[in-house]
Design a protein around this ligand. Structure first.
Ligand code: TXA
Ligand code: MG
Length: 377
């Protein structure tokens, strides 16, 4: 593989982006979810450059991005009626569908699977770009493998500088969390990844759609790897995550807090499983070291202060981050990844966090937090 070094530019010059992509090179592109690292999705050498720049393993397939439905028909062999309905309602938007691929889609894109993931992003600049080229764009999130996804051009620059020639700057991503992935395989309709469209909305349109078990060792959608989206700062939930089981609470929980999220009156209790043991790793650290605390909403602050004080933490050590003052799940999703990056920018080594409510985009937020959390070996 080549070791090309680029003088990475940031700009909003569409014709420059088109030229670079037509030459087979990569451009980071804005979308409403997160920035993508894009290359010609039908050209193997461009696809290889994506894997190389991201340091991504070949078993993790890529989403093809399209600007019109004609392109969809060129790439997939069958579109079930329920999929058409979903597409009609949510495209362009934060929805990725997995459908049977046609031969024109390289195996490198799908990691050998007969199914390909496709989405039409809702970002004006990128839609213009997609409709100015003759091929779909393969675009994973524009972050090094396993790190937090970028939601602004500068995030991409900080991590991929030198590895790509151009970053198309389209401002801050409005959704801030990746697309919801729905697979249509035979009669099974499964939400493979929670994302920018809430599970409730998908199920309203397709009542049969179920949330796929989140496989960990041999994932269908390897973004579902157990450890993903992780910042350098070690993240620890203030409530024990082992009690927080996403799949078992879906459907049985209409937005009221599940027992997993309730703190018992006599908490903390050293025999209880309600908080993670490794909270004590933090306590053992140098007393002067700052600790981050990520709240879903401001209303959690006083309760969280009490919990931390009960655990023996001095409030002077705590640096607070709030995902949404008012507790709006969409706003919190939009702020999630940039908040995780802030922890690293502030050089915090440890942070505790509170789970989002298990409804709306709170489910996707919790999915990302679950994967970003620190798991001691
Ligand atoms: O919002 C998004 O979807 C962003 C923006 C850039 O569009 N893209 C994104 O791509 O999140 P990436 O590569 O970071 O995550 C795509 C996920 C991965 O978990 C991958 O394994 C899964 O989609 N995926 C892609 N193609 C697949 C396929 N053919 N079958 C199953 N899973 C697939
Ligand atoms: Mg990604």
């Amino acid at each position: 593989m080549n070791d090309a070094h680029f003088n990475t530019e940031i700009g909003s010059d569409l014709s420059r982006a088109i030229e670079i992509l037509n030459e087979g090179n990569l451009v980071a592109i804005p979308t409403e979810t997160v920035y993508g690292l894009a290359g010609n999705g039908l050209n193997e050498s461009s696809i290889l450059k994506i894997f190389e720049a991201k340091n991504r393993p070949f078993f993790d397939p890529l989403i093809l991005h399209i600007g019109n439905l004609e392109m969809l028909n060129q790439l997939v062999s069958n579109i079930p009626e329920s999929c058409s309905r979903l597409i009609q309602k949510y495209w362009p938007g934060p929805l990725t569908v997995i459908l049977p691929k046609k031969d024109v889609v390289p195996d490198l894109i799908t990691s050998g699977s007969d199914y390909v993931a496709i989405r039409m992003p809702n970002h004006e600049l990128t839609l213009q770009l997609l409709n100015s080229i003759s091929f779909p764009l393969a675009a994973p999130s524009a972050n090094p493998f396993k790190y937090v996804s970028p939601t602004m051009a500068m995030h991409v620059y900080q991590q991929l500088q030198g590895k790509i020639p151009y970053i198309l700057d389209g401002g801050n991503c409005k959704i801030g969390i990746e697309s919801t992935i729905v697979s249509f395989m035979g009669d099974d309709i499964k939400v493979q990844r929670l994302g920018g469209i809430a599970l409730e909305e998908i199920q309203q349109e397709i009542p049969d759609a179920i949330l796929a078990n989140q496989p960990e060792d041999h994932p269908v959608a390897p973004g579902q790897l157990k450890h993903h989206y992780a910042p350098g700062c070690k993240l620890i939930p203030l409530e024990n995550s082992s009690l927080w089981n996403l799949s078992s609470t879906i459907g049985s929980n209409n937005g009221d807090e599940s027992s997993a999220l309730n703190i018992s009156d006599n908490w903390p209790d050293s025999n209880s499983l309600k908080y993670p043991k490794h909270l004590y790793d933090i306590k053992a650290l140098n007393e002067n070291e700052k600790i981050g605390a990520i709240l879903f909403e401001s209303a959690q602050k006083s309760e969280t202060e009490t919990m931390l004080k009960n655990l023996g933490f001095s409030m002077d050590r705590i640096q607070w981050f709030v995902l949404s003052e008012s507790g709006n799940t969409a706003e919190a999703a939009q702020n999630l990844f940039s908040t995780l990056r802030k922890l690293d920018n502030e050089q915090l080594q440890w942070a505790i966090f509170r789970w989002a409510p298990e409804k709306e985009l709170g489910l996707a937020i919790n999915d990302r937090l679950k994967k970003a959390q620190y798991l001691p070996k």
